[in-house]
Design a protein around this ligand. Structure first.
Ligand code: AVJ
Ligand code: FE
Length: 447
């Protein structure tokens, strides 16, 4: 995302807004009105709430803040303010019915596209590099991922379809188990990526000692090994809070897994199938990821370790935008954008590999990190504190790298996601890490 001319920015903005809306229409158009207003899980909003909330945020930021227009329906603003009403109570609100929510979204979008045609993207910080437009395209795509999560929670026959990812390359089964990330300082975060959100800023130097990181995310087969070894019943592997949660929630396997015969099946977007052994494990909470890592004699990577593995280029000492370099994601680099409805087998996407050879850092599954969601040194909330700042502290864990259901506009090497450590409905997996042995003086090469 580095166009400079006004024409190129208009084009980029329009393309990203249209892509987001096509996906919103797919996700809200593939179920009937009853399914749009129903709450499929207390964890989620009714789909019709997401639809009107997306339109309301677009109206607030683009038509009112940037365009200086009067509110279209000020009386509905409180209904779609995520902070006034928690998800669980949204079905009881007098929400716009589906047809009216669609008409509102359509009306807002028409006016926004007129604004884009006339915009010069200069003069204010919101306009510079078309930031506000990029923020709104990202916001809609984030809610599209949220709606995809709701689809996965929804009971009933499949309504979404997509081809499976391509078979993995021949070397997928012979990859080294882990890669070495060299120690030393690197640049974390960004001060230059035009559409980066406030929590990704500013760029700052972090010193990360050498460590080993799994080449790929942990697979279903590896995770099934943890279950078979009694991992869920052995409190040695769990943190005190994790064990407490495992007991109270009765966790015995990833969400959506069921035992059948000698093996495991899962239901994915309405289709029940054998759990694919080579796919990255998914729908595990942070506590499960951490217990697995301890069982494996390892640990979760910190957020700084994850970002160094994904961005640091030892050849230049520079941090790049993505594991493969600075070019935007493409279908042969990463599984993003809901082109598939599942992660690709571990070892896929050799063209998306990092300098050290780690694969699938971007795309496929979000990756839990060991770290709490905290501000970077020098953070300032912008343009609104309710995006990031109100979530900083010890309550949330950070996830990195995006998943198959994340659009490229909302995915960067610097992008930070967060959730409670008990959450499993998100498209989250993980990989594990370990310290590199400190060099022993006089011992020569120790490996
Ligand atoms: C970044 C995914 C945690 O869904 O709560 C959407 C994104 N913020 N609307 C969320 C977001 C406001 C956010 N996450
Ligand atoms: Fe939102």
């Amino acid at each position: 995302m580095t166009p400079t001319s006004t024409e190129a920015l208009r084009d980029l903005v329009a393309r990203n807004l249209v892509t987001a809306r096509e996906r919103t229409e797919l996700l809200t158009g593939s179920v009937d009105d009853g399914d749009l207003v129903r709450q499929h899980s207390p964890l989620m909003s009714p789909l019709v709430w997401d639809l009107a909330h997306v339109a309301n945020q677009e109206e607030l930021w683009l038509l009112r803040e940037v365009g200086g227009r009067e509110p279209m329906h000020p009386e509905i603003d409180p209904l779609y303010d995520a902070f006034e009403h928690p998800r669980a109570e949204r079905p009881t609100l007098p929400l716009l019915p589906p047809a009216e929510a669609r008409a509102y979204a359509h009306e807002v979008r028409g006016r926004v596209l007129d604004l884009v045609d006339a915009a010069t993207f200069t003069g204010t910080r919101l306009l510079t590099s078309a930031f506000a437009f990029g923020m709104i395209a990202q916001h809609e795509q984030q809610h599209d991922e949220t709606m995809l999560i709701t689809h996965q929670l929804r009971k009933g026959p499949a309504v979404l379809t997509a081809p499976p990812p391509a078979a993995p390359p021949a070397d997928a089964l012979s990859l080294p188990r882990e890669v070495l990330i060299p120690g030393g300082p690197f640049t974390m975060g960004t001060s230059t990526e035009p559409w980066a959100l406030d929590n990704e800023r500013p760029a700052h130097t972090v010193t990360v000692p050498a460590f080993y990181l799994d080449t790929t995310p942990v697979t279903n087969a590896a995770y099934a090994g943890f279950i078979a070894d009694g991992g869920y019943d052995d409190r040695r592997w769990w943190s005190p809070a994790g064990w407490d949660h495992r007991q109270r929630a009765g966790l015995t396997a990833p969400m959506y897994w069921r035992r059948e015969g000698g093996g495991w099946v899962r239901t994915r977007f309405g289709v029940t199938e054998q759990v694919p052994p080579a796919e990255p494990a998914m729908h595990v909470c942070w506590y499960e990821a951490q217990a697995y890592a301890v069982w494996a004699g390892r640990r979760l990577p910190t957020e700084a370790e994850w970002e160094k593995a994904a961005r640091y280029d030892p050849a230049t000492g520079r941090s790049r935008r993505f594991p493969w370099g600075d070019e935007d994601p493409a279908p042969d680099r990463a599984n993003l954008g809901q082109r598939h409805l599942q992660p690709a087998p571990a070892g896929s996407y050799p063209r998306g590999a990092s300098p050290a050879g780690a694969r699938q850092l971007v795309g496929d599954v979000w990756e839990w990190t060991a770290s709490d969601f905290l501000p970077y040194p020098g953070f300032t909330a912008w343009p609104y504190p309710e995006y990031s700042e109100v979530f900083f502290g010890g309550a949330y864990k950070t996830l990195r790298g995006g998943a198959f259901g994340v659009d490229p506009v909302a995915c960067r090497g610097t992008f930070r996601n967060w959730d409670y450590p008990i959450r499993r409905q998100i498209f989250a997996g993980f990989r594990t890490a370990r310290d590199a042995e400190p060099a022993v003086p006089g011992a020569g090469a120790s490996r």
